[in-house]
Write a new protein. Structure first.
Length: 35
């Protein structure tokens, strides 16, 4: 059971990082477009 929890945490962390990176890239694009 503990192993499954660990895997779930890794997947959630990966999804969160992917979301953050996508958000940063989107923010950069919007910022560059304004300049």
């Amino acid at each position: 059971m503990g192993q499954v929890l660990k895997v779930n945490k890794i997947i959630i962390a990966g999804e969160f990082m992917h979301f953050k990176i996508s958000h940063i890239i989107a923010t950069e694009l919007v910022y560059n477009r304004k300049c």
